[in-house]
Design a protein around this ligand. Sequence first.
Ligand SMILES: C[S@@+](CC[C@H](N)C(=O)[O-])C[C@H]1O[C@@H](n2cnc3c(N)ncnc32)[C@H](O)[C@@H]1O
Length: 259
Amino acid sequence: MVQTHELSRLAVYAPAGTLQAQAVQLALRLGLPMITKPAENTFLLRMTPQRLELVQTGPGAPGPVYVDFVAGAMGHRRRFGGGRGQLVAKAVGIKKGFIPSVIDATAGLGRDAFVLAQLGCRVHMLERSPVVAELLRDGMQRAARDVEVAETVARLSLAVGEAGDYLRNLDVSQVPDVVYVDPMHPARGKAAAVKKEMRLFRQLVGADEDAAELLQAALAVAGKRVVVKRPRKAQAIAGPAPNLVFEGKSTRFDVYLKH
Ligand SMILES: C[S@@+](CC[C@H](N)C(=O)[O-])C[C@H]1O[C@@H](n2cnc3c(N)ncnc32)[C@H](O)[C@@H]1O
């Protein structure tokens, strides 16, 4: 099993005040040191009154990485995203009278899971990085208090751990219609405008080089289909050829049908 990278110099930080006790709990849960004075060029899991965020300190460092289902890009997509016309809706097989249940085996920052939940799917998210799972949990808790998205968030659940193991031990009663897989893409050339924040995220989780094993586990359990998200021009994950391909501007969905 491939271990997640987790940044070596990561520490929990909260400004002095009421968040200290919560930050101590978080540091204990993750087995991370807690610091009170951040030095330059360290990685922090920073607890602020607004949110939990992953940050790198120092000049030129990327902006913080955090989960926000309410505002920002997710808020924009919620309003203008195109509903069932979206490629991902077609890829998972949403149609009139049928909304699949989904296991998102690579939850990450939960954006795809949230979009699927907005389309009505119940989505059980799996994430093997305990740090990413904390960011996700924090985003879910905040979103659950927002009237506009609370109903959508109620369709999301989260488990921390290796998705392959989880899928192999799944009870028949828990079999989802769809297993959704979006492994961390292979690093691209420097021409690619990968946002700095995403580079920080990549440093945290590493490249998901065991994606082929995960695809196998997903194919073994999915009730109806497995959907794999890839960069448009990337090779399919090693294994059987997809039955359907939905191609967008920069992204592609490879669909493996069970029947
Ligand atoms: C590219 S990100 C997913 C982004 C996500 N689809 C989103 O919309 O935010 C991949 C994530 O999947 C997680 N991951 C990869 N392989 C996994 C596995 N076998 N089990 C659990 N989590 C996995 C990584 O830790 C990483 O957080």
